[in-house]
Write a protein that binds this ligand. Structure first.
Ligand SMILES: CC(C)(COP(=O)(O)OP(=O)(O)OC[C@H]1O[C@@H](n2cnc3c(N)ncnc32)[C@H](O)[C@@H]1OP(=O)(O)O)[C@@H](O)C(=O)NCCC(=O)NCCS
Length: 148
């Protein structure tokens, strides 16, 4: 059964929960906590959460600069995956980027991260290059982008 999912901007009070989700998703590869505070305080960031029953179940964050937006990450709690929440977050992120006159979203994704890769391809992102060792030795990334 699908609960109602609400998308909203992240606030200071959400940071602990957001960081907990980042750890759940990436473990030792998680961004450090200070990065999320920096992103929250940066007026060029788009930082959105998806909540259901007052629980944050996912978030998305990126930074815009002129006509481009760099999508840093999109994280959904394991127990809430495959319920369209990642897609909703990405769609809301793109809508907000368009409001800010962004024309291009750019992202990197590890080549073996099939859930994320499929999500991006499904939403119209195109792979533009492969970056060797982007995530560490032997861990390549695809760079992908989408014109809004
Ligand atoms: C990637 C992630 C955000 C997807 O979130 P989600 O809410 O499960 O995604 P959705 O339910 O909206 O799925 C949308 C599409 O993505 C693809 N997808 C999602 N999970 C998938 C999986 N486990 N295997 C293959 N494709 C998958 C499918 O194409 C899916 O469409 P479909 O359900 O019609 O087949 C989630 O798996 C996650 O948080 N992963 C860990 C964090 C991460 O790697 N983030 C990306 C950093 S670049």
């Amino acid at each position: 059964m699908l609960e109602e999912v609400e998308i909203a901007f992240i606030s200071e009070n959400d940071l602990d929960e957001v960081y907990q989700i980042e750890i759940e998703c990436f473990g030792e590869d998680a961004y450090p906590r200070w990065v999320f505070r920096y992103l929250l305080e940066n007026s060029n960031s788009i930082f959105l959460k998806a909540s259901t029953n007052n629980l944050i179940v996912g978030f998305i964050v990126g930074i815009c600069s002129r006509r481009r937006c760099h999508l840093y990450t999109i994280d959904v709690r394991k127990a809430y995956r495959r319920r369209n929440i990642g897609s909703m977050l990405l769609e809301a992120f793109e809508r907000e980027a368009i409001k800010r006159n962004v024309e291009l979203v750019i992202l990197q994704v590890e080549v073996n991260n099939l859930p994320a890769l499929n999500l991006y391809l499904k939403r119209g992102y195109k792979i533009v290059k492969r970056i060797k060792n982007y995530y560490g030795l032997g861990r390549d990334a695809y760079e992908a982008c989408k014109n809004l």
